[in-house]
Each structure stands twice: as structure tokens, then as C-alpha cells.
Ligand binder design. Sequence first.
Ligand SMILES: Cc1ncc(COP(=O)(O)O)c(C=O)c1O
Length: 296
Amino acid sequence: MSVPRYAALDGVIVRWEKATVHASTHALHYGTGVFEGIRAYYAPDEDELYVWELDAHLERLVRNMGVLDLREGPSKDQLWDISMKLLRANGFREDTYIRPLVFLGEGTIRVRPQTQRTRWVLLTVPLGSYLGKKVVSCMVSSWTRVSNTMIPPAAKISGAYVNSLLAAMEAARAGYDEAIFLTKEGTVSEGSVENLFIVRKKKLFTPSVSEDILEGITRANVMEMARDMGLAVEERRIPRTELYHADEVFLCGTGAGIVAAGEIDAATDSPRSTRPRPCHWRRNGPCAGQRMPSQS
Ligand SMILES: Cc1ncc(COP(=O)(O)O)c(C=O)c1O
């Protein structure tokens, strides 16, 4: 990986190694931050980066700041502006990940925030394929998806990602590529960092928002594209057994892209899922995202 030269701290572009915070930072102790994962795709023929769904990601981030009561954080316009400036400053000529994080800074040691101020960073780092494969093996995790009554999974709160990390580590240790979470009721929720779809008789099903999922931007795109293609899409509860009975299962997210789930719990080895679906990227292409202003 090429090491970025610059990062942004509290809205100022600084050298990468200067983007540091104090050890008493509240978020470091209690996970009190909200973040986004955004992708910029490099088009070599044009020597341009194209950012995928920047507006939707920033809107979600600003909305989620309210969940943790992160006051006086950056506006969507500020985040947009600094994303563009940083991409230009780092000048990567490869697919790049954009990571804004808004968090509670230093102050008291108490859990309940009092004197902490809201701080924010923005990083851009080169990132190729997240899972490294188009067809992945999955394990239904023994870890339950963090529920809406615990930490809202829709809010992309930093601390909640320990839940994803535990599931992903467990899956990796067991020899699988990725984990699939169940809700505390035992129905299918999502992957560790992806939403999930199943296909049965040419119809798409995905767990509804009440199933402790992140309401993914890629998920919304997949549903729209599928409907455009004349496919029926339904958001509903998915019992675990349907993972094994489905004609196809796929995971989707900004970081992971769209990957087919082949083997699940070593219970399925049919070639059912070796065709990643749907034709989302093929039709729109990565360049349907926000075009970077020219680097001049
Ligand atoms: C838990 C979880 N689910 C789903 C997704 C996919 O969401 P999106 O398509 O908005 O990237 C992510 C992405 O980071 C995630 O962390």
C-alpha cells in the first residue's frame, strides 16, 4: 500500500504523521464516534477518481452525529470540500477508500460526556478488493448482531464495530472468508460489514431495516437496479434455513462491493452462487459516482 502523504484533522490538511490525538480522547476509551466508508474508483483511461455516492454517505454521517449528540461537528459541505481537497493532495492513481470519522475528543474520563469537544478526521487510503474474491465462503456467526435496543446498528458507531470484528475473526479462525450475523431472534441480519440478499425463483429478498442492519447505500442501489431490471424485491425477515435453500446469496457494501456467498456453514457447495449479482456495476459502472473536479 502506498502510504498517504496527507490526512485531514478538524478540517485542516496536515501531514499524515501529524494527524494524531491525545491518549485521553473519549472515543479511544468508549468508541464514541461515527464514521463512513466511501470509495473512489480510479479510471486509468481518464486518469480520474470517481467517488461513489459521496452525497448519500455524507448525509448518513451527519445524520448519525445526532445519535451520539456530537455537536458542532462538520457540515456536509465541509466534509465534501475536505474529501475533494484530500483526494487531490494525496493524488492516488488507484482505487481509494475515504474514511471520515467524527468523534468525542479529550475531556473528563467519565463515560457521560461533559467537556469533550467534537473532533473529526478524514483519511484517504488506497484500497483494492476488500474480501479479495468474488465468491466467498461464509459462516453464520455465534455472535449475535448488536440490536437496536443496545447500540443502533444503523448509526455506524465506532464502538459497535467490535461486534463485526468478533464475528469476522471467528469466521477467519474457522477458515471462512466472512461472517453472517443473526438477530437475537435468530433471523438473518447481515454480514460483518455488508448487507445480504438472497435470490429465490428470480426474486430478491433482503432483511428489512428492523433486522438490526445498517441501512446500506449499496443495498438501496441494488434494490433500485433490480427493480429497474424487472426483478421483484422484497424486504422481509429471512429465516436461517433460507440461506441454505436460496438459489443465490450475495453480500454488498461500499467497501466489499458485491460478492457472492458460495459455501455457507459448509452446508452448501452447489455452484448456485458463483455468478455475482445483480448487474449493478456492469450497467452503471463505478464512474456513476461523483466525478472529481479536474485536478488543475
Ligand atoms: C455493518 C454493515 N452493514 C452494511 C454495510 C454496507 O453499507 P453501505 O452499502 O452503505 O456501504 C456496511 C458498510 O460499511 C456495514 O458496516
